[in-house]
Each structure stands twice: as structure tokens, then as C-alpha cells.
Design a protein around this ligand. Sequence first.
Ligand SMILES: [Zn+2]
Length: 442
Amino acid sequence: MLKKGVLLVPDGLQYPLFQDMLARGALPHIQHYIVNRALVNVEHAFTGFPSSTFEQMPALMTGQRSHQPGAIFLTEDGTRVNYIGNDNPSKGNTGKRDTIFRFIDQWTVSIFNPWNDHADDKHFANHSLKTLAQYARGWAGSNGAAVSRLLHAMEDRQPLNFAALWFFAMDRYGHKKSDHALAQKYQRFDSLIGKIGERLEERGELEETLLILTSDHGMAPVQETVNPYSLCESVGLDNARVFAYGYGVGSVYTSSTDLASQARDLTQHPAVEHVILPQGTNVRRVYSEASVADVVKEGDRYRLDVHEGLPFGYSADLCEALSRPHTARESLELTHQEEQPNAVVGTAESLRHTYSPQMTFLAAPGHAFGLVRNWAEQIWLNANYKRSHGTFHRGEAQVPLLIAGDGEPCVVPYAETIDWAPTFFKLAGRPIPPVFDGVPLV
Ligand SMILES: [Zn+2]
């Protein structure tokens, strides 16, 4: 019998806090319904690069490595595109036709608050007076409304075969709240998971449903926020357009063709750790203050070619091992214990969208690029807040990845978040679509 699935994606989890709360027993429903019943429990799970919602939600929903250039980007003729307001797989029903939903032919529901527009399953995000009241509470209410809608959808005459819930409010809490206040938000999230588990139990559907818990990115503390425009101007990139969306990756669009000297200059700034420049389609050159290296992708193999110093804080031995052609899985095996895990694959897979920028620069730990306050580029979201994300660093890239159901439990040492999709299809007894970049973990 085919199994059903419910994908739960709290946006942007502060992983150490979340793990600590689990260990202390402060998340009893997640413990009971997901951890204790985990068929797959990944010890080191990482998102792709950039570790940010507008790249990694599409990755989660397609099972493919991030193919989007960010939240805001420029088309070939220089038109600024606001990805948040566009047709994209981060927005649930809008992107159902392009995502994993297209491989599940029975009734499915995607609940991507607050942007659940153009619903192709003909359900309004708001379906009752109760959810209207929940939405009236703003961000806090939107999580509750998402769960209400799921419970409502379960009561439908057709059996619900797959549902995806995006808890976007969690990201906002992560950016803004103190550890103490964030812990309270995680406890509320836990009680929402409890409601879903209890309802599945009441309906006798818990055994036949796989509950998948993961996130699109982590969060790390920010001590200093800088203006990415000023940074670029300081190295002579006066005519560049710079998008940063408040997080740890700056995207530079410019007509300049040789950016090597600007890249080197940028790495001298204390807020910048890495600068990545594409060298044709298969090579990405990574600059840091003390290193220059190329990341090469040939077919499905990756390799690191170090010119100076040691990139990503890796040891000479690790760089040597990574210099031999290897698969994405081998790259993760070699780097999953590092402070910057999976940086070779992340770098190799970056900047390959038609509208990718000419250069990206990554924040040093403790820094973010949210300080943009002008009328030309109103990129104020997530700016100046307590925590940020986007880079390769563990604090921003590590997330939970658990798949719960009835059966033999298995602990997996390392995985990428996109592995959830092929794993789910396999556990659910469905054929694994050939489009996934991830691998089944069982
Ligand atoms: Zn965020």
C-alpha cells in the first residue's frame, strides 16, 4: 500500500537551540510523533548554497539543487525581478505543477502561508472564521492557520495523499527574537505538530503517513550589519547593482568583465569572507583573504583546485582529498564534520541560472549585508536583525532532517536536504522520479 506524506518545513531553524530543546524534552510532540518514530534520522543534514529561503525552498519542493538566483535579480535587459512576488515553487500552489506535487497523482494540498495565491487546488488559504481570526493575529496566527487548513483538508471526502506546510513565520522569529523568546515560538510550533499527530491518530492514519520534518536553512548570530552597496563602491564597483536581501550573500550585477582585482579587494574587508566568480560554465573561482581556489564540475564529478592558501578553513589533507574528482555524496562524506560543510558542491552549483549575478560575496561570521536603506533598492526584509543566514557556515546550513513512520529506524550520518524527496518516494512505495538531484537515504 502506498503511504501518505506530510512535509513540515519551519522556515529557518536555529538548529543548536532546536536540538538543545529536543534533548531537554522541551519539544514533547516532535519527540513523540517524529523523533521516536523516525525511520530516517540524519545526524548532519545541510541545505544547499545559498542557505536562504528563496533558493532552498524551491530546492526542497523540486528535489533539485537550487536553480534560482535569489529573492531579487536582474534579467538580461536589466529589468529588476522581485522573485518574492513572482510565480515560484516557494509559493506552494503556484508552483505545484513544477514541483514534487506533479509526481503524486492523487489529491494533494500545499499550504504556503502567507503567499498561498493562485491556488490550483481551489482552496483558499482562509477557509473558516477560525482561520480568519488566526490570520488576524498576523505572523503568529499564520502558523496556526496553516495547521487548521491541513486538519480541514483531512476531513475532505477524498483521502489526502500528500501535504506540504511551510511555516514562514518561524524565519521571522529567528531573525528577530532573543533565544528565550525563540524557544517559546519553538514550543508553540511543537504543539502545532502535536495537533497534526493527534488528528492522524484519531483518524487511524498515523501508521500509513510519513511525517517529514526539515528546514530550508539555519540561522547564526549577527553582531554587525553592513551596507553591500558601500562595500562594492569601496572597491570601485560604482555602477554595479547589488542585491543582498538582508542576509549573508551579496549578489553583484555589473557590466564589468574582469572582476578579479575587485574580488581580491573585497576579501580585505572584515565583513567579507569569500567572493565567488564564475569562470565559464564549469569553473567557479573562490577568493578569500588568504586563499584562491577553483571549484570544477565535470559531468557529475567535482574537484577543488587550490592555487593559494587553504579555502573554507579546510586542512591541507582535506584539500588534497577534495582535489581528486569525486561525487556530491563523497564531497559531503569528506566535509560533513567541517565548520563549512559541503562548500565544494555548493560553490560548483552556484551561479548557473540565466539570471545569476556576475559575482557573489559571502559574509564573514557575525556579519550580514542587511543595511540597505535607500529608495532605489528597498531591500529591507530581514535587515539589521539578530540572526542571519546564506553562507556555507554550519550555523546557517545545518538543519534537522527526520522522516517518521512505522518501521525499522535508521540513523543516517550525513545528507543534503534535497535527499528528503527521493527518500520519501522510496519509503512511500512510489517510483522515484528521475529528476531528483538527491539520493534515497534508505
Ligand atoms: Zn530568513
